[in-house]
Design a protein around this ligand. Structure first.
Ligand code: C5P
Length: 290
């Protein structure tokens, strides 16, 4: 990209980028099931400061290229949610864009990799093409609406009801994915009790790290048991995070997270886990405030 003297792009709209941050479900309660089979959720969702990066440059045709440490196996055709989102946004007008995705997050891992990428594509291309965002973004995946927001959110319904929460106290996270495939539909359908209690009606604001941990410790991820039954190594990830103030699985797995009060503790834990299990994906990152 070339820049003018004041630092603005010389050719506005020619190139820009968005981060697709990892989505982490600090809690995930399954409170019911709709007639169409989708599950009703009550979840506290945050973003961790590790993610994919999506770049766009002006072009006549719509194309997608992928690079980065987790690029292997990521499709570059219409199966990729980035291109599906772009095509719906374009609505047949034939606009072009050269998209490049730098993939750092593991796919189908419970941290919204595909949904975060789709949300980044919608946000980036709406600005690039000067078109409005679609009103119905859950069509791209239940996690896309929350991935279009920033800061902590309470996510309800099947993912489309979002309530912004007060900023959380500073908190550091270690994410651990053991590389086991636990398909989301299979984990949901193996959940024996689909009518479990929601979170408290009012989610308080937290004075500090220990108040946040106390609150979260009393909540759950209802999908952890069926996911661990399918991929017992997920239990191994939780054990590896046993020095965290709280360790839990995110989404339908297999990624687990540990929460730590300081960056030094999180980095030490990440280093220890990555050394002991070199084939696992391990990342230390702060919870993003906004
Ligand atoms: O919408 P998304 O592609 O993320 O969902 C993948 C699958 O997970 C759905 O096809 C459905 O089987 C299951 N799911 C569900 N209830 C939700 C979200 C997802 O049953 N709230």
């Amino acid at each position: 990209m070339s820049f003018s003297k004041d630092g603005a792009p010389a050719d506005p709209g020619a190139a820009a980028s968005r981060m697709a941050w990892a989505k982490v479900n600090l809690t995930l309660h399954c409170t019911g099931q709709r007639a169409d089979g989708y599950h009703l959720l009550d979840s506290l969702v945050v973003r961790a400061g590790v993610g994919d990066r999506l770049d766009v440059a002006a072009a006549d045709d719509l194309t997608l290229t992928v690079s980065g440490p987790r690029a292997e196996g990521v499709p570059t055709d219409a199966r990729n949610l980035v291109l599906r989102a772009a095509e719906v946004l374009d609505a047949g007008a034939g606009r072009g864009a050269a998209l490049h995705l730098e993939k750092h997050l593991p796919a189908a891992a419970g941290i919204g990799g595909g949904s975060a990428d789709a949300a980044a594509a919608l946000d980036l291309l709406a600005a690039h093409w000067g078109v409005p965002l679609p009103t119905e973004t859950a069509q791209f995946g239940a996690d896309v609406p929350v991935c279009l927001t920033r800061g902590p959110q309470r996510m309800q319904g099947v993912g489309e009801i979002l309530t912004p929460l007060s900023a959380l106290p500073p908190c550091h996270m270690v994410l651990v994915n053991p590389g086991v495939d636990v398909p989301t539909p299979a984990v949901f359908s193996a959940l024996s009790d689909k009518n479990q209690p929601p979170m408290p009606e009012v989610i308080p604001s937290f004075a500090g790290f220990s108040e946040l941990i106390d609150f979260l410790s009393a909540q759950r991820n209802d999908l952890a048991a069926p996911a661990i039954a399918r991929g017992p190594v997920i239990g191994g990830c939780l054990e590896a995070l046993s020095d965290a103030a709280l360790a839990r699985m995110s989404g339908s797995g297999a990624t687990c997270f540990g929460l730590y009060a300081t960056v030094a503790q999180a980095e030490a834990a990440a280093h220890r886990i990555a050394s002991a299990a070199p084939r696992w994906w391990v990342a230390a990152a702060p919870i993003l405030a906004a």
